[in-house]
Design a protein around this ligand. Structure first.
Ligand code: PRT
Ligand code: ZN
Length: 286
């Protein structure tokens, strides 16, 4: 039988678009017709299974899929035996406790003996146990935010991103209990051949992520300012320096990290750089 690595991704939802974009940016081509449950790549030995996100940790633990892209919240809640290979940096959110806006709150003891509605009973129970709070956890599968207003619970524990859902339902966030983002998970025992494919995939994901967190910059610099400028932008090995047609000037090319970008920009201008161009990097292999 021909060997293939199976990757479970969310069929349709908040993770889908970013998961598929990442796969495409890794140069993996496949046909994604609407309603398809399975698709094989035409240029990389992987096959995609399109599933509900809740099912992904279980499929990966059982070995039906070798890899999965899913939120950390689902991984923690399902508590299946999977290996977390890589944080993917998208679908960032948090699980938070919230209560009606007008209710005074002085600390976690507020929840002692109270009822809390959530779709994440396991994560919530762990959190409350750690903080020695005994509350009545009421598991519901959706529309958690309306629970207090219909008298189902006194507080909720739900996913928050911008906070606008809480606000619209007259609730306020009082504790963040778990931070989440999309992650790549793997079955704990993969064959050596599958591991080699996973390594290739991770190499590509790293190149895409590194590219995104860096910018390619080009600038004109008077030659007298070159030593100072070079000390500010070491680049991957060292910056590229090319003479300009105008005597006494050079063009300097380098790579700057997104984190320090604006600080670097100010220093470069102060040191005499002008005509600074900033270009996105698609992929970067260090
Ligand atoms: O159908 P399927 O089961 O596959 O999808 P789903 O409906 O269970 O999940 P989906 O697509 O809504 O979310 C998938 C994953 O995206 C989640 O498991 C999280 O890891 C992540 N994620 C990121 C979010 C949010 N942001 C988010 N804002 N998941 C849900 N929300 C919801 C939240 O439940 C609440 O209703 O959005 C509302 C809060 O958003 P704000 O911006 O108003 O605070
Ligand atoms: Zn789901």
């Amino acid at each position: 039988m021909e060997q293939i690595v199976r990757i479970a991704v969310q069929k349709s939802g908040r993770l889908s678009d970013d998961s598929l974009s990442l796969i495409k940016e890794c140069g993996i081509k496949f046909y994604n017709g609407t309603g398809k449950l399975k698709s094989t790549s035409t240029n990389f030995p992987v096959e995609f299974l399109f599933l509900r996100d809740d099912d992904i940790p279980g499929y990966v633990a059982d070995g039906v899929a070798d890899l999965g892209i899913v939120g950390q919240n689902e991984v923690a809640e399902k508590d299946k035996e999977v290996v977390l290979l890589k944080k993917l940096g998208f679908s960032k959110c948090r699980l938070a406790l919230a209560i009606p806006k007008g209710t005074p709150y002085e600390g976690l003891e507020y929840f002692e003996g109270k009822s809390i509605a959530t779709s994440y009973p396991k994560i919530l129970k762990n959190y409350l146990d750690t903080h020695q709070i005994k509350a009545d956890i009421h598991e519901i599968s959706g529309s958690v935010e309306i629970a207090p207003s219909i008298g189902l619970a006194e507080g909720i524990c739900d996913i928050v991103s911008s906070g606008s859902t809480l606000m619209m339902n007259g609730l306020k966030e009082v504790e963040g209990i778990f931070n989440s983002e999309a992650v790549l998970i793997a079955h704990p025992q993969l064959s050596d051949w599958k591991k080699s494919i996973v390594d290739k995939l991770l190499f590509r994901i790293n190149a895409v992520q590194t590219g995104k967190s860096n910018k390619y910059v080009l600038m004109n610099v008077p030659n007298a300012a070159l030593p100072k400028i070079i000390s500010l932008i070491p680049g991957m090995r060292s910056p590229t320096i090319l003479p300009l047609a105008e005597e006494g000037w050079s063009s300097v090319h380098s790579v700057l990290s997104e984190d320090q970008f604006w600080e670097n920009m100010d220093e470069l201008r102060a040191a005499g750089a002008e005509g600074i161009l900033v270009v996105p990097i698609e992929k970067m292999v260090i």
